[in-house]
Design a binder for this molecule. Sequence first.
Ligand SMILES: [Zn+2]
Length: 448
Amino acid sequence: MRNALCLGVFGLHLARLCVAQEAATAVPPASAPEHAVIVRARVLIDGTSAQPRSGQEILIRGDRIVAVYNMGTHPVPPGVQVIDLGAATVLPGLIDAHTHIFLQGEVPAAGGYDIQLLKFPASYRVARAVVAARRALEQGFTTIRDVETEGAGYGDVGIKQAVNEGYIPGPRMFVATRSISSTGGYPLEGYAPEIVVPKGAQLIDGPVEARKAAREQLDHGADWIKVYMTHRSWVDEQGALVSQPTLTVEELRAIVDEVHGWRRKVACHAYNGVGLQRALDGGCDSIEHGLELTDAQIAQMVKQGTWYVPTLAVYYYDPDPPDTPSGKRDRKRVAVHGVSFRKALAAGVKIAFGTDVGGFPWSDPIAQEFARMVEFGMTPMQAIQSATSKAADLLGERGELGVVAPGAYADLVAVPGDPLGNVGELEKVGFVMKGGVVFRTPQNSMQP
Ligand SMILES: [Zn+2]
């Protein structure tokens, strides 16, 4: 169903605006590709330019941007709807390159991680993932790379299909399905050896099993393959962060070789040490988290063109008590992470915005990551580009996503203030358009 609604946008005095409001259950009608809209932006951050541009008009036909020009230089063509966003700052739809729609920031008191795999019906997990997908879009993240379902099998493939077919609201999704680790390399853990429990990842041993798992996941719809190259971590007697390595270089190489043959990419969860080195030597396309990077590893990332998706903010979420082994580990993680980020940034490592949301609740602001990136040395514009054009590069979508320019998808967001003065403004997204369809205005904001 498509209902015409009249809305004022950002409280502006301009004429009230009639937009075709896609209800959450709406299926885009066949006539949608002909729909033409002009979005007026007093300030436009286009995703690639070093400076914002003032007074721009963005002409959209169907799901694509066809032109961007100075306000008032072209007459409004007949029948074209105008959405004036007033004093707001317009940006490309944001991209979170590290999400988990099948996690909800589970706290131990509520059963933690294990209860999801042991007691929750699959339908319940899917229902919560549907809400998570909506939450991403509400917060202005029009694209996500969702890096594994945590025991929910190929559930992400179905959610992506439902979004693409218009049954549920959600971002564009690049999905990694089950992920791969080795025996002893992923929960569930700690149960009697006589009891067979499910695992949150597909566990392999040896290059043959590794390649087979990658083939299975690709066959069933994985856009990316996610590999865990480290698992447990702790602080040793010298006070250093130590991480247990999982796959061997040979196992990872078999996966990377297979995945690259399909023209897809491999994301490697790697904290530090031996496992992170194996991730680089095995040819990973992106290092996820990368808590502690040596100078040599940073140089290798630059040389190989490896992406860094640091996910800084999640490690500040709910640390264990400081006098416990896990509490010491949590504090050590934070202490080394910012240092690594600064060094990688200075060396020119390619950095894409990722948050690990799902590791913290979807009701929390995803955009809190921007402030951490700025705290550790990025300019606000660099941080914004990491979540727009740079993340689009990571996804192989340069020019299609993460940019406001002719030919790109009409994915736009707006915030009321100046995010270059305060990146915290990005937590206040009040307007969201995806593929030329308005999903959110300040008046129709949905709450979780
Ligand atoms: Zn993650």
